[in-house]
Design a protein around this ligand. Structure first.
Ligand SMILES: Nc1ncnc2c1ncn2[C@@H]1O[C@H](COP(=O)(O)OP(=O)(O)OP(=O)(O)O)[C@@H](O)[C@H]1O
Length: 434
């Protein structure tokens, strides 16, 4: 090779490298289609049989054999056969392929092998779903889409809030009309308050009454005080507020009964009461007692009121969003029953497997394992109930304190009056002063 050809090849190589680096930075999706996808697709096709054999995804066919008396005279070694897979199809974030199950196989061993598949294919994660009987879909994501998430948007709908982005790239929406009550758990510094701030910021512009219960002295929810219809910062205030909301719920029931409606949404607009979202920051503060009779009675009242609101409030426009580090039965006898009524679940990084199990275990065991794999660095990342009733990984849009406070101030003219709650809190203040 002459020196000119060599220099030309060197220049061409340099150009390819520079163009590749620019494409990766400016258009990572196309970079993935052109360079990453072919490599990973080949890796999937070449490793499939081996991984399937190693993780019991193959089935063995009986070898042909002949018998003379009791003796096997001819036979072949058992030959495991991997289930057939489709050609991997590229997606914006990775690739997907369909596995045709052998008769008798179920998706369970594929779910267990998901981690092994992600290592064999050198991708971030492999998710297993079963779109139809007899088929399993494997969806591989190459990098964690939640590492550098974009901003997701969705149309503004009453009582729904875009709080973040899903692993699939879609908007993470908390829709209280579809799922009336939510439970948010997470260790300290995992992102619970940031998520609540986002929720308040999104709901602040809607004709919705927001009620805060923050018995950590109001440190978190006081930021939004200007947009809240009421804020309870001590347990006696929480009891008064929740008691007034239960009374309001009974009024709403009467109105619906008289109008022959099964929910406030079936009432004519002029009769329809304003929807109320009760946000509780740190559930444990409502339940833990110092052992005195008065404290125990207060905790029991809180528990009863919350349970009644959770059981009956959804159709009556009374919604609960409850956050806490733990939601175990050790907090009090009513907690397990309350948790069962909170259909929306969000689990951030947690300290122990028990908490993830309590938040997600009754919905899906795989979701528990994924929640336990959230690391300390992944702030705001959570496993939550998905739009189709399944579960999904998501990350909240980081909302700074100032942003949430500004949003509350911008909409300070909006908070609807809740006369029952205001009266109950005023009575409490008078009694305390007397
Ligand atoms: N979605 C997010 N993206 C990036 N950083 C986040 C996100 N959510 C929260 N954080 C960061 O994580 C830290 C802790 O968040 P946050 O205060 O919401 O945690 P917490 O679970 O409410 O903690 P605590 O129980 O102690 O109040 C904050 O510094 C915040 O900036």
């Amino acid at each position: 090779m002459g020196p000119i050809t060599f220099a030309f090849l060197l220049a061409a190589l340099a150009w390819v490298l520079v163009a590749g680096a620019r494409l990766r930075d400016q258009n990572p999706v196309w970079f993935w289609y052109l360079t990453g996808y072919p490599v990973v697709a080949v890796r999937v096709l070449t490793t499939w049989r081996k991984v399937a054999h190693l993780h019991d995804l193959s089935v063995s066919r009986r070898p042909a054999r002949g018998l003379v008396g009791d003796l096997v005279v001819k036979g072949q070694a058992l030959r495991p056969i991997a289930p057939r897979i489709s050609f991997p199809r590229a997606t914006r974030t990775g690739l997907t392929l369909v596995v045709r199950l052998h008769p008798g196989q179920t998706p369970a061993p594929f779910i267990q092998a998901a981690d092994a598949l992600s290592h064999a294919w050198r991708v971030h994660a492999v998710r297993v779903t079963s779109p139809h009987r007899g088929l399993v879909r494997l969806t591989a994501t190459v990098t964690d889409p939640l590492e550098r998430p974009g901003i997701a948007v969705a149309p503004v709908v009453l009582l729904s809030a875009v709080v973040g982005i899903l692993e699939s790239g879609g908007a993470w929406v908390m829709n209280l009309r579809h799922v009336p009550h939510w439970l948010i758990v997470g260790a300290t510094r995992s992102g619970k308050s940031a998520l609540l701030a986002r929720l308040v910021k999104e709901l602040a512009r809607q004709p919705v009454a927001l009620v805060g219960i923050d018995c950590k002295g109001g440190m978190e929810l006081n930021l939004f005080a200007r947009r809240l219809s009421a804020l309870a910062t001590t347990r006696p205030e929480a009891v008064a507020t929740l008691g007034a909301l239960v009374a309001d719920m009974q009024d709403r029931m009467r109105t619906c009964r008289d109008a022959g409606a099964r929910s406030i949404w079936e009432l004519p607009e002029k009769l329809r009461p304003v929807p109320v979202v009760v946000i509780v920051d740190e559930l444990a503060e409502l339940y833990l007692t110092d052992g005195t009779r008065a404290a125990k009675a207060e905790a029991e009242q809180c528990s009863t009121f919350l349970l009644r609101l959770a059981q009956l409030g959804g159709a009556l426009g009374l919604h609960l969003v409850i956050a806490g580090q733990r939601v175990g039965s050790d907090l009090g006898p009513g907690v397990t029953a309350l948790r069962a009524q909170l259909g929306g679940r969000i689990c951030h990084r947690v300290h122990d497997s028990g908490t993830a199990e309590m938040a997600l275990g009754d919905l899906n065991k795989d979701a528990v394992a994924v929640a336990l794999s959230i690391t300390e660095a992944e702030k705001g990342v959570a496993v939550c109930t998905g739009p189709d009733g399944g579960w999904v990984r998501a990350r909240s849009h980081l909302t700074f304190t100032t942003e949430a406070r500004d949003a509350a101030a911008r909409h300070e003219h909006l908070p609807p009056e809740l006369p029952g709650v205001t009266r109950a809190l005023e009575t409490l203040t008078k009694e305390a002063g007397a």
